[in-house]
Write a new protein. Structure first.
Length: 98
């Protein structure tokens, strides 16, 4: 059985047992992507978490939580992080693509 067939079968089984699976998975993936992007911005700056947090004006503990995906970043926080690193935020809405 091909990997894609196994993945589809597993997804279908989970979705049938857990009706909100697709929506919850999409939220988790979005949070994961945001966390990875925040980490990448900090690494690109060549600063420690403490130095980077000070640069962008947030608490180091909040930066750590953002990077771990433990808190949901506010849009204003993402905009500020992007701006401080020479980026802009571009929000893209697209249909689920599993």
């Amino acid at each position: 059985m091909a990997v894609s067939s196994i993945r589809e079968e597993t997804f279908t089984t989970l979705a049938s047992r857990y009706p909100k699976f697709k929506e919850d998975l999409a939220r988790e993936l979005a949070m994961h992507r945001a966390s990875l992007r925040i980490i990448k911005l900090r690494i690109e700056s060549n600063l420690s978490k403490a130095e980077y947090a000070k640069k962008v004006g947030i608490e180091r503990t909040n930066l750590s939580r953002l990077e771990k995906g433990k808190i949901n970043p506010k849009l204003s926080t993402l905009i500020e992080l992007a701006h401080q690193n020479g980026y802009e935020v571009d929000i893209q809405l697209k249909p689920f693509g599993y």
